[in-house]
Ligand binder design. Structure first.
Ligand code: CA
Length: 212
């Protein structure tokens, strides 16, 4: 049985390129092609495709909103987002809306085929160049990664600061100089991009470095 695919993309050239890439797969059948979100909603209902490949940038409303509405309408098709945007915001919103795959428009046709095969098996797929970008953005912004970046001694110092201890007390307790405590404090603030003891305390509580 072939995989029935609906293609949603307003740019004719991209649509043709995708169609050509899929035509090489004998078990794939492109059963419909539309260029707007409204048409996509109608076609999804009338054609009941197995897989919908959709662009984020569509003329009426975005592919993210389209995915949300498809899900709300009870559409069971697996959704593969095809996008030129690799920003974390677009990827997470798309996956949160219910897409099973996120393929970069820079990707080769073989990658799109791979993504379709993955979602058919019930798996997820995100293009390697998108995940690479995602990981570096998370590393820059996320708190989990930053927490792990702290050394063991820095975590100790952070815990004592968050417990309200002053540098001389921390120095005495850890048997290090006050200057070393101050250096740790500066490094912690720089690594976490935090600027006051209050912020450090909030962070330590949130990350479980000190118990609530
Ligand atoms: Ca577009």
């Amino acid at each position: 049985m072939s995989t029935r695919i609906l293609l949603v993309e307003d740019h004719r050239l991209v649509r043709e390129a995708v169609r050509d890439a899929l035509r090489k797969e004998p078990d794939f059948a492109v059963i419909g092609e539309v260029g707007s979100s409204h048409e996509a909603l109608q076609s999804a209902q009338s054609l009941t495709p197995d897989v919908i490949i959709l662009d984020i940038g569509l003329p009426d409303f975005s592919g993210i909103e389209l995915t949300r509405r498809l899900r709300q309408s009870g559409c069971a098709a697996r959704i593969v987002a095809l996008s030129a945007y690799a920003e974390k915001h677009f990827v997470t919103e798309m996956l949160r809306a219910g897409a099973a795959a996120y393929v970069s428009k820079n990707a080769a046709g073989t990658e799109l085929v791979q993504a379709i095969r993955a979602v058919e098996r019930g798996q997820h797929y995100v293009s390697p160049d998108v995940t690479g970008n995602l990981v570096s953005q998370l590393r820059d912004q996320g708190s989990d990664g930053q927490n792990r970046k702290l050394g063991r001694r820095e975590r100790e110092v952070l815990r004592l600061i968050a417990q309200g201890q002053r540098s001389p007390d921390i120095a005495a307790q850890l048997r290090i100089s006050i200057g070393t405590v101050e250096a740790h404090r500066r490094n912690i603030m720089r690594k976490l991009d935090l600027h006051s003891v209050a912020e450090l305390t909030t962070y330590a509580l949130r990350e479980g470095i000190v118990p609530l």
